[in-house]
Design a protein around this ligand. Structure first.
Ligand code: NAP
Ligand code: MG
Length: 397
């Protein structure tokens, strides 16, 4: 008897990950679950054909159904315009979906005993949440040609506020950036909600000693949202929230054993997420969840469409592309669906699927990207299909 479920939004994608998508469904999902999905084809040809309407429809489906799972997709550039004969250079689907859901992205590595993180103490995953609005990403900048006075000027309904920035004696540079209270509040809500759903502590860091008003505002909003909306739920769950200076956070993260969520400002998250994912081992083992402030979840792999492998696959070669992050995107979505509906069988299947995947790697069967990181003598490098078959065998027993 296959497990029944309520619908989730399924967002198909491009290239090698689109191939993996089909294989994972066929080998690891459909034999066990009566998959119930609203299917949206976000492959580049269909985005082009629909004038990218399919991306917005998919985002709205996630909002309606509460849960989505997404395959990696191509963000077109000039070269892709030619390769796919596109009508327009469509925006990144992830940016479009994030805007519709007003979501925050959480990236978490998948750990296995076979791959040692570069930081020896990291026994549990570290999840990074990056605020994806404003600061230098929406800054305006100016080259200053020579002497003169630079000022901040705000013109509001009740008049003007002014402050001198600097009086230049020679040439220089200038930058103006902003953020919005409602965006920071929604970021804070997504972080507190996600910490509760994972049962992990939440850290938030900024540089409020230097940036007393700007970063101080981030700190204060987090504290207010926490006190007013989440404090008692955190106490019930036995988890904690704390704010610390970014320098202190970096030092603590390195000394930690992992197992917490680190919320960061936009730039800090951009930089730190690359550092943390590299230190844990492989991009192919990084999962990503987009969480909206009202609790809709979209799961995906953090990596892209693995283009180079796809060209080899098209040429008839067998590739050893790692499907683990994409498998975990599915298991994450199924578990969430199960939790929302009280469908224990479905959540238990998600746990079994993840365990079978990790046990396969522990047994020494893994794709080339992982075997290259693992010096153990008993490791067997498998191509993607053989790896999926090995997981299936474990699932069946
Ligand atoms: P990528 O697809 O993540 O691949 C970069 C390299 O990392 C690959 O060439 C491969 O190295 C390795 N790699 C990544 N995932 C792997 C996996 N599952 N198994 C084995 N190796 C893996 O990034 P990219 O080449 O920069 O981007 C390709 C396309 O993906 C672009 O069109 C981009 O727009 C898109 N993209 C989409 C998303 C998304 O939808 N979330 C995110 C990033 C990029 P080797 O070739 O050396 O084996
Ligand atoms: Mg980055």
């Amino acid at each position: 008897m296959r497990i029944k479920m309520n619908p989730i939004a399924e967002l198909d994608g491009d290239e090698m990950t689109r191939v993996l998508w089909g294989w994972i469904k066929e080998e690891l999902l459909e034999p066990f679950v009566e998959l119930n999905t609203e299917y949206y084809d976000l492959g580049l040809p269909n985005r082009d054909e629909t004038g990218d309407a399919v991306t917005v429809q998919a985002a709205e489906a996630i909002r309606r159904l509460g849960v989505g799972v997404k395959c990696a997709t191509i963000t077109p550039n000039a070269q892709r315009m030619e390769e796919y004969h596109l009508h327009s250079q469509w925006k990144s689907p992830n940016a479009t979906i994030r805007a519709v859901l007003d979501g925050t992205v959480f990236r978490t590595p998948i750990l296995t005993g076979r791959i040692k993180p570069y930081v020896q103490g990291w026994a549990k995953p570290i999840t990074i949440a990056r605020h994806a609005y404003g600061d230098i990403y929406k800054a305006v900048e100016m080259k200053i040609p020579g002497p003169g006075k630079a000022e901040l000027v705000f013109t509001g309904e009740n008049g003007e506020q002014r402050q001198e920035i600097f009086t230049f004696k020679g040439s220089g540079i200038l930058q103006g950036m902003h953020n919005r209270d409602d965006s920071i509040e929604n970021f804070a809500r997504a972080c507190f909600g996600y910490a509760l759903s994972r049962g992990e502590d939440l850290w938030f860091s900024a540089k409020d000693t230097i940036s007393k008003t700007y970063d101080g505002n981030f700190r204060d909003i987090f504290q207010r949202v926490y006190d007013q909306e989440y404090k008692s739920a955190f106490a019930e769950k036995g988890i904690s929230y704390f704010y610390t200076l970014i320098d202190d956070a970096v030092a603590r993260v390195i000394r930690s054993n992992g197992g917490f969520i680190w919320a960061t400002k936009n730039y800090d998250g951009d930089v730190m997420s690359d550092m943390v994912s590299t230190a844990f081992g492989s991009l192919a083992m990084m999962t990503s969840v987009l969480v909206s402030p009202d609790g809709c979840y979209e799961y995906e792999a953090a990596h892209g469409t693995v283009t180079r492998h796809y060209y080899r696959y098209q040429a008839g070669e067998t590739t050893s592309t790692n499907p683990v992050a994409t498998i975990f995107a599915w298991s994450g979505a199924l578990r969430r669906r199960g939790e929302l509906d009280g469908n224990g069988e479905l959540s238990a299947f998600a746990d079994r699927l993840e365990k079978a995947t990790l046990d396969t790697i522990e047994a020494g069967v893994m794709t080339a990207d992982l075997s290259a990181l693992c010096a153990d003598a008993d490791v067997r490098k498998a191509d993607t299909k053989a790896f999926l078959k090995a997981i299936r065998e474990r699932l069946e027993t």
